[in-house]
Design a protein around this ligand. Structure first.
Ligand SMILES: [Zn+2]
Length: 282
């Protein structure tokens, strides 16, 4: 038996439904969602709140051990954040060498967490592609990636809402194209990454979850049953749905009403070829 820590890693552009998927997967008995773990050190450093409202450092689910908090991980925050930056993605794609310092910090964190919890799989919904490429080199982590895509117009519409960090349409498009260009390159070159569409997930969740379980566990339960609602896991990061105690699965198609038709068509072509590759309709 290997002593590897099993990790499901979600990749993709922001506002693509990763927090939703992370919440749904937490419903599986063998999966525990941790949230956007690239923010973990910041949460400890700044004593930020877990999604439950307690400080992360006093949340009983996290049950952070003193040796983790007393260690020098806080000093490594900037180092890790720099390494995870999008600008490093191209070199990480070609660089075969592992970043020992980065890996030892992250392994230290995951080992400490898995020592406190007894889940078979942990889920990191950071989304950052650079982080995936860095963690992938760890010999202690067994990683299965899930690359999530969404119609760019849904992403743009979500970014224009005045919550969290908002982006104007043009900057949302540039961001979307950059992340999905790297997302395509990385997912096509790693058999450990499964690509799924947000629209398929909300349309037929049982089917998509079944596909994900096969990808992660190698087999799936006879049938996936969807509960009426999902309880929010104790997470770091995540979008505004995290403040809800429970969430219902509903399809967000506001963009079809909010974005004028001519702009919908323009955005479609500005995000070509990703709209085409992922079979979205004009
Ligand atoms: Zn909590």
């Amino acid at each position: 038996m290997s002593n590897k820590i099993n990790l499901i890693y979600l990749l993709g552009a922001g506002r693509s439904g990763t927090t939703l998927l992370a919440t749904l997967l937490n419903n599986h008995d063998d999966i525990e969602t941790l949230g956007e773990m690239h923010q973990f050190i910041e949460y400890v450093d700044k004593d930020k709140d877990c999604s439950c409202g307690e400080k992360l450092t006093s949340c009983s689910t996290w049950n952070l051990s003193s040796d983790l908090m007393d260690s020098n991980i806080k000093d490594e925050r900037l180092y890790c954040e720099n390494k995870e930056s999008h600008k490093n993605i191209p070199s990480l794609i070609f660089n075969k060498k592992a970043d020992k310092r980065y890996i030892s910090i992250q392994e230290h964190i995951f080992s400490a967490l898995s020592g406190n919890r007894k889940s078979k799989w942990y889920l990191d919904s950071s989304k950052y592609i650079a982080r995936y490429l860095l963690l992938k080199k760890s010999k202690k982590l067994n990683i299965k990636g899930i690359y999530m895509v969404r119609d760019p117009r849904g992403v743009i519409n979500s970014f224009t809402k005045k919550v969290q960090t908002s982006k104007r349409p043009l900057s949302a498009i540039l961001y979307y194209n950059m992340i999905n260009l790297f997302g395509e390159v990385v997912s096509r070159n790693n058999r450990n990454i499964l690509k799924i569409k947000y629209e398929d997930l909300v349309e037929s969740p049982e089917q998509v979850l079944d596909e994900i379980y096969k990808h992660v566990f190698g087999s799936s339960k006879a049938s996936v049953k969807m509960p009426e609602y999902f309880t929010m896991p104790h997470i770091v990061g995540g979008n505004r749905i995290k403040t809800k105690k429970r969430i219902h699965l509903s399809k967000d198609t506001d963009w079809q009403r909010n974005i004028p038709r001519a702009r919908q068509i323009m955005y479609y072509y500005l995000c070509f070829p990703f709209t085409y590759i992922n079979k979205y309709r004009v």
